[in-house]
Design a protein around this ligand. Structure first.
Ligand code: RFL
Length: 391
């Protein structure tokens, strides 16, 4: 055996790195195995919103200075219907609680620095990660290091933080869990461009289809455009992207900029229940994915990591396994709550626009829902608290 440790964490994304930092802060040993290089992981651009609950995790664990520094607060969102702006004051309606604009790669870079600078054990370029004996008392995880040599690590628990396409979930017997998978029947294309950020995160509804524009730092924007599910990236040359954005945002003067990334987004939801099997606990995207509408994917991953860290501390330091036994149920409650929020927002924003997809009746229902956000304080407060992630 090359190493004995308390917890092997597979994957150095937001989930794995948060868990690793929290365990280190509690004085527990762990090893992080990541199949990519450190520079690859640090550059991967995805989410951009850290909600209130996620920020409170870093505050509670004394990591706020390292992780949250300089992240501006998300204040107001703009919902533009047929080119007419309406402003929705999220913190004002959510009791002063708010999200922060913090791109995922900054979260990852900062968590990596905090972990490695604090002496944490990170093994990148680890291939062929395989779990053995997760239904016994002392699992073993094998992998190949960067030089191709096989390594063996024994541990008390394995945290599967290796994302939707990772290997840890596949180590659970097929009959040990139920999978819920849902295709939302719409497509998105996402575009990252060096173009001026919008004043506020912007959601646009019109007959041309849904579009959104979010800041990614002061000089970059991430855009999302609804597309027919059968479209490929090649169906969206740059001139079509800008033409459609101008039509959908109702802004003929929208400034363009060099496009640095263009990708299709799968509008799919996926949940595994339970998230635990034997000594393996799944965390974040390894257990559930959610569409980007509402910006909750990374935040659910961080909430799982926090719950698992607390449960592992109770089990390993105090010999109390109760929180570990209820880990899956705790996380799934939150996951389904936000799956519902994301679906609510998605139906409202899409049905209210291009009525060739779901028809004019659904369009009017969705417009009534949208309107209610600005006329009913009860509806507005519920939406704002979910958006800010106050629970
Ligand atoms: P990750 O980030 O996928 O990290 C998993 C890590 O595991 C590694 N790995 C392995 N390591 C060892 N052995 C193996 N066999 C391995 N297989 C994989 C991977 O290399 C990687 O480093 O999962 P994690 O940590 O659970 O974090 C989840 C979040 O990344 C994800 O939910 C969000 O990015 C989702 N998401 C968004 N979330 C938000 O909260 N707000 C947003 O605005 C938002 N926008 C988005 C998004 C995801 C997107 N894409 C492309 C999926 C926008 C996009 C475009």
């Amino acid at each position: 055996m090359d190493l004995d440790t308390s917890v092997v964490i597979v994957g150095a994304g937001p989930a794995g790195l948060t868990l690793a930092n929290l365990l280190r802060r509690s004085g527990l040993n762990c090893v992080v195995l990541e199949k990519q290089s450190r520079s690859y992981v640090e550059r991967r651009q995805r989410a951009g919103i850290l909600d209130h609950h996620s920020a409170s995790i870093f505050e509670e664990w004394g990591l706020a200075d390292q992780v949250l520094a300089g992240a501006p607060s998300d204040t107001v969102i703009e919902i533009r219907v047929d080119g007419v702006p309406r402003y929705f004051d999220v913190p004002g309606l959510a009791g002063g609680k708010h999200s922060r604009l913090l791109p995922q790669q900054f979260v990852v870079q900062r968590l990596l620095d905090a972990y490695v600078d604090g002496g944490g054990d990170l093994r990148t370029d680890a291939s062929d990660v395989t779990l053995h004996g997760i239904d016994g008392d002392r699992p073993v995880v094998t992998y190949r290091d960067a030089a191709g040599a096989e390594r063996r690590v024994s541990c008390e628990y394995v945290a599967g933080c290796d994302g939707h396409h990772g290997v840890t979930r596949q180590s659970m017997p097929k009959d040990a869990f139920t999978t819920y998978s849902y295709d939302h029947g719409i497509g998105w294309i996402t575009v990252l461009a060096d173009a001026p950020a919008p004043r506020y995160p912007l959601f646009a509804v019109s007959q041309h289809g849904f579009a959104a524009q979010f800041p990614r730092g002061p000089r970059a924007s991430r855009y999302y455009l609804q597309r027919p599910p059968s479209d490929a990236v090649t169906d969206w040359p740059d001139h079509r992207v800008w033409k459609q954005l101008r039509a959908r945002l109702g802004d003929p003067d929208l400034p363009a900029g060099p496009i640095t990334e263009k990708a299709l987004v799968e509008m799919r939801s996926f949940v595994v229940d339970p998230m635990s099997y034997g000594r393996l606990h799944l965390v974040g995207d390894a257990a559930h994915i959610i569409t980007p509408m509402g910006g909750k994917g990374m935040n659910l991953a961080l909430a799982d990591a926090d719950a698992l860290a607390k449960a592992l501390v109770a089990a390993l330091k105090d010999g109390d396994g109760a929180a570990l036994r209820s880990y899956s149920a705790t996380c799934l409650r939150r996951t389904w709550d936000y799956q519902e929020f994301s679906r609510w927002m998605q139906e409202m924003m899409h049905d209210a626009g291009d009525d060739t997809v779901t028809g004019p009746f659904r369009r009017e229902l969705a417009r009534a829902r949208l309107d209610r956000l600005f006329t009913s304080p009860a509806a507005a407060t519920l939406f704002a608290t979910m958006m800010a992630g106050t629970n």
